[in-house]
Design a binder for this molecule. Structure first.
Ligand SMILES: [Zn+2]
Length: 266
């Protein structure tokens, strides 16, 4: 088994400048142990004629995916307080996955602890983003580091979807145009089957097509006797661009249109 080295740096949860241990994102117990995955810098997608083939040229890596983002104390805090609940949520997600690229699923989930799940999801966003993120939005770390806190300011919203097809995403906070609405959105995105998550800033009131808003998990708390009705889309992630859930077919059509246009210009 590969050993993960400690590094020096600022813990993204308690802000201490100390030794940082390796944090699996998502947790090791949610299938992130011997993940085979492909990474490809975003520029490579733009350089290539066929985006779908580009993935094949990406670097193959193996081993749990993670970041040296938390001190040992915060790492074990997350492991003790949130990971068991997060794992149950992931198990439910695996049961819901279907074999088609896209699907729309309604279900009832019982015996989950929504507040803990939300806190763990936000901790993953702290883990993948750089220090400026922690410094700019200290409310996120405050929400995660206090088990009982239900205080997450309105300008932060967390969305989810089911995922099976496509590539994993670890996209740091950036500004993008939403494909369906054309709106400009500030977001960070993590996709690792069976779920994808988007943390969006300053996008009040409006919904994002096909994404399920789970920000309300902060107010539901951790009452294990609750049943929650969830409606969720399964979406593919073929290209490493936030909020792009086009199917292979849709991407092919877009590529063909693009090359046709180029030929006409010649
Ligand atoms: Zn810490």
């Amino acid at each position: 088994m590969a050993r993960h080295k400690m590094t020096k740096g600022v813990c993204r949860l308690c802000s201490k400048d100390t030794d940082l241990s390796f944090e699996h994102v998502p947790p090791k117990v949610t299938n992130n142990k011997n993940t085979k995955y492909i990474t490809l810098p975003l520029e490579e997608y733009y350089k290539t004629d066929n985006i779908l083939d580009a993935t094949l040229k990406g670097k193959k890596k193996q081993g749990g995916i993670g970041y040296n983002s938390f001190c040992r104390k915060c790492n074990s805090f997350l492991g003790t307080n949130y990971v068991p609940s997060y794992e149950k949520w992931v198990q439910a997600g695996y049961q819901l996955q279907t074999n088609s690229e896209t699907a729309y699923i309604k279900y009832q989930i019982t015996k989950i602890e929504p507040l803990k799940i939300l806190k763990h999801i936000i901790s993953m966003f702290l883990a993948i983003n750089d220090n400026w993120y922690l410094e700019s939005y200290p409310e996120l770390a405050e929400f995660v580091s206090d088990v009982n806190s239900t205080t997450l300011p309105k300008n932060f919203r967390v969305f989810t979807y089911l995922n099976k097809d496509g590539n994993i995403r670890y996209i740091q906070h950036q500004t993008v145009g939403d494909f369906s609405s054309g709106h400009i959105i500030n977001c960070s995105e993590i996709t690792f089957p069976p779920y994808g998550y988007v943390l969006i800033l300053d996008y009040s009131n409006q919904n994002i097509e096909k994404l399920t808003d789970i920000t309300e998990f902060k107010n539901i708390g951790n009452n294990e006797n609750l049943s929650i009705n969830i409606e969720i889309h399964q979406l593919p992630t073929h290209i490493n661009i936030p909020l792009d859930y086009r199917t292979k077919e849709e991407i092919k059509i877009a590529i063909e249109k693009g090359s046709k246009k180029r030929n006409e210009e010649l």
